[in-house]
Write a protein that binds this ligand. Structure first.
Ligand code: SAH
Length: 226
């Protein structure tokens, strides 16, 4: 899977993408990630930057990301893809009012596409004509408003990548397939904790007995319930 991320803040992604499972997926070439900064596509002949945003038509506070720099950034992705065979492309624009992103969406995307363009907005959002021109899908990662589409891009990238065969190790993939509870424990068996402050008593926090029972059927039932 090739991810093409359109963002005016590519540095935001660095540390997250280089660590752990996603870092390994890039090294092992299960995924590739390229950044396209709309700012780079609107330099004046004197090499000065033009603003990527402008005032909204119809008035109101905040600024809107101009269409042209983003169109150019996306076009540069498209021209690179032309040389490749069997490209199955999806273009996504982030918006808090878009279709809700889910694990099912991630699973289907991992199967269907070879390339995904993720367009991250900032300010009040992106000129709506970008969406029309590229027939992009509006996607939301949840019912809250963020300051930009960079976190949503990372969320999709992470969630779609872990659905690509080979990205999770053998053990982790098995984890995916079976029922796993969100209530988990590790050593010690009895955790002693004393809250700060005078006169506070030490309490013992125990691991649920069933998990120590060795009875696999009962343990599975417990996990299902959880
Ligand atoms: N006033 C705009 C919000 C802009 S938030 C509105 O009501 O739609 C700025 C940018 O952050 C958006 O363009 C989008 O790219 C991103 N963003 C914010 N919250 C998001 C969410 N929950 N899901 C996906 N993208 C989001």
């Amino acid at each position: 899977m090739r991810f093409h991320i359109i963002t005016i803040f590519p540095d935001i992604f660095d540390s997250y993408l280089n660590e752990s499972i996603i870092g390994r997926a890039i090294k092992n070439k299960h995924i590739s990630i390229k950044f396209y900064n709309p700012r780079d596509f609107i330099k004046t002949p004197q090499n000065n930057y033009r603003p990527v945003d402008d005032k909204p038509y119809g008035g109101g506070p905040g600024m809107v990301m101009r269409a042209e720099p983003i169109l150019k950034a996306v076009e540069s992705v498209l021209s690179k893809l032309k040389a490749k065979k069997l490209v199955k492309l999806k273009t996504i624009i982030f918006s808090p009012s878009g279709k809700k992103f889910t694990t099912l969406y991630a699973k289907q995307a991992a199967k269907k596409y070879t390339d995904i363009i993720l367009i991250s907005g900032r300010y009040e959002g992106i000129d709506a004509r970008v969406k029309k021109i590229f027939k992009a899908e509006d996607i939301s990662i949840g019912d809250y408003v963020l300051t930009g589409g960079e976190l949503p891009a990372m969320v999709l990238l992470d969630s779609i990548s872990r659905q690509i065969p080979g990205v999770l190790g053998k053990y982790e993939s098995l984890e995916e397939e079976r029922v796993s509870s969100s209530e988990v424990y590790t050593r010690p068996e009895i955790l002693k904790y004393t809250p700060r402050g005078r006169g506070k008593k030490t309490k013992n926090y125990k691991v649920p007995k069933v998990l120590l029972s060795g009875n696999h059927k009962k343990i599975e039932e417990w996990k299902q319930r959880k």
